[in-house]
Design a protein around this ligand. Sequence first.
Ligand SMILES: [Zn+2]
Length: 206
Amino acid sequence: MEATRNMRSMEDFVTDEATPPTAPGEDEHPALALANSAPALTGGHTADLLSTPVQAERWLARRELAPPDAGLAEVCASRLRSLREQVRSLLASQVAGQTPPPAAVAAINDAMTRVPTAPLLLWDEETGPCRVAPHPVTAIVEHALAVIAADAADLLTSPDAARLTACASPPCNRFLLKHGRRQWCSTRCGDRARAARAYARRTATD
Ligand SMILES: [Zn+2]
């Protein structure tokens, strides 16, 4: 028990130290947040925020896509990571102005239609008709995947799609919604890009 707690606090430490703050657009779009959940760090490392069931559970709970004690299994975390690859593929195609791979589109449609997301009509013996969210506890992950997939579809078909871009500060692999001319996901990435440009100018003059 004690060991589990220590492990969790170690994960918190690693995550907080390593990952940049939320990129613009992530708060409105869980699909963008999912796409950015394995940020590339300097030095060739990647911080996967969904690498364990505990991390995946915390990631979903923070976005109110699952209750905090959902009890996710590795297979659930793995399905989230799979959807992430498909969403990244879709977003990258959008940014590049290309048609996405059919498998990515199919994965989104599959996740959206696997579970009903509309509250179903039920009849209560005493109060009569009511609408009830249909997902049982066992379908928590399916429901979260459906919400994220629907958000990806909304993002790509809304005016926000024109603001979607990839962070312009290597090695960052995050996506963001542009505000004005800003083309990096965080001040950390902006500072690194400016430093790299200054260094390139200096070495060119030398
Ligand atoms: Zn960045």
